[in-house]
Design a binder for this molecule. Structure first.
Ligand code: ZN
Length: 133
């Protein structure tokens, strides 16, 4: 794992949260992107070498809608940058971590991603992400 790439934060109202985080971080949101396959609308902020990703559900079946219904708004996942996502997925699966997707999928911000089930990671939803080359 190279570094923490971003923290994903589940929010109810993306527009209001963008305004809030622009104040909090004192930096403008540099990108918004809808990932329809994941049922999320996202907004990104740069904080030094790391990022903050705000996530709003685009429909009621979205994982973000379910997360907020269960736990409320808050930190949803921690994303680690990896050099080679397929090699990391193989390594982690062999160690017994449960991968939520068997092949890398398209994520926001030009990334290939894979999620690890929180039950094998102390309750934390972990995202592996690799820049698309
Ligand atoms: Zn993410």
């Amino acid at each position: 794992m190279v570094r923490i790439e971003h923290l994903g934060i589940a929010v109810k109202d993306l527009k209001a949260s963008i305004a809030l985080y622009e104040q909090l971080l004192n930096t403008p949101c540099y990108k918004t992107e809808v990932v329809e396959t994941e049922g999320v609308s996202t907004a990104f902020f740069a904080t030094g070498p790391n990022k903050i990703e705000l996530l709003e559900a685009t429909n009621e079946n979205s994982p973000i809608a379910k997360f907020i219904a269960k736990k409320g708004e808050g930190i949803h996942h921690v994303a680690f940058e990896v050099e080679n996502i397929e090699a990391e997925m193989k390594r982690l699966a062999a160690l017994g971590f449960e991968l939520l997707n068997e092949t890398p999928k398209n994520g926001a911000d030009n990334k290939l991603v894979c999620f690890l089930h929180p039950k094998t990671t102390n309750g934390v939803l972990v995202e592996l992400c690799q820049e698309k080359r």
